[in-house]
Write a protein that binds this ligand. Structure first.
Ligand code: ADP
Ligand code: MG
Length: 249
């Protein structure tokens, strides 16, 4: 579904992403892991059109999407969430998701459309699927951090994606919120058939839900493989455990 070939991005002489290759098959959950500053967010920005690569290519369902603007890539079925929470604070939970559903349908709020009636069923179905239906009237800015991160995922679902990219979905969450987020990601894959690419610090989460893992260090891929292959890889040990012989997990 996604094929990244030799992607490179330089910021003023500093190579943030170097020659990265990545493949994601339909229906897979793939994790990108790596220390802070490894280039994970930059890689996701390059894939989703927020940044243009210096060289390399991105193919989505065999179409070359390299350098296309984000809204065009989104229309093709690829949506992302951000590392930093990105919701309209003063709108309700329902309104935030409704906006994303409306933009998919090419509709906007205006004086002549009773906004509340627009796409209510679609919006409520999404809220239900992420467990936020009971909080639909809550003001988004007053939600807990965990709920706001889940709301962001719900907003991404408004675009009706087939491929979802999540940048540190559990960042800053309390343990029980993390647990709930893991369940949600599994459900999106199992029940809705979404293909998911995510990056994450929480190793437990990564190993518990990923089918394959790609490890990035200083902008480069050091390994892409199954959880077992990654767990005991020497370079991964070096990056995470300072060269200890102990196998991760
Ligand atoms: P990660 O998400 O893995 O923590 P990032 O992709 O955010 O890493 O950053 C990779 C490197 O690129 C970091 O050293 C960061 O400081 C640098 N970087 C990221 N974005 C920019 C930018 N817009 N301008 C300059 N440097 C950047
Ligand atoms: Mg990041």
């Amino acid at each position: 579904m996604l094929q990244v070939k030799a992607l490179t991005k330089t910021f003023g002489g500093f190579k943030a992403v170097k020659d990265v290759d990545l493949n994601v098959k339909k229906g897979e959950i793939v994790a990108v892991i790596g220390p802070n500053g490894a280039g994970k967010t930059t890689l996701f920005n390059l894939i989703t059109g927020i940044l243009k690569p210096d060289s390399g290519q991105v193919f989505f369902r065999d179409q070359d999407i390299t350098g296309l603007p984000p809204y065009v890539i989104c229309k093709k079925g690829m949506t992302r969430s951000f590392q930093i929470v990105n919701v309209f604070q003063r709108l309700s939970v329902f309104e935030n998701v409704q906006i994303s559903v409306m933009s998919r349908e090419g509709k906007t709020w205006n004086l002549f459309t009773p906004s509340k009636k627009l796409l209510i069923e679609d919006t409520d179905r999404i809220l239900d699927s992420v467990g936020l239906l009971g909080k639909r009237e809550n003001i988004s800015g007053a939600l807990s951090h965990g709920d706001r991160k889940v709301l962001e995922i719900a907003m991404a679902l408004g675009g009706n994606p087939e491929f979802l990219i999540l940048d540190e979905p559990t960042a800053g969450m309390a343990p029980e919120e993390t647990e709930r987020c893991i369940e949600l990601i599994k459900q999106l894959s199992d029940k809705m058939g979404l293909t998911i690419l995510f990056c994450e610090h929480d190793m437990e989460l990564v190993f518990s839900i990923s089918e394959r893992i790609m490890v990035m260090v200083r902008g480069s891929t050091i390994i892409q493989g199954s959880c077992e292959e990654v767990r005991c890889n020497e370079a991964v040990q070096d990056a995470y455990l300072g060269g200890s012989d102990v196998c991760l997990m």
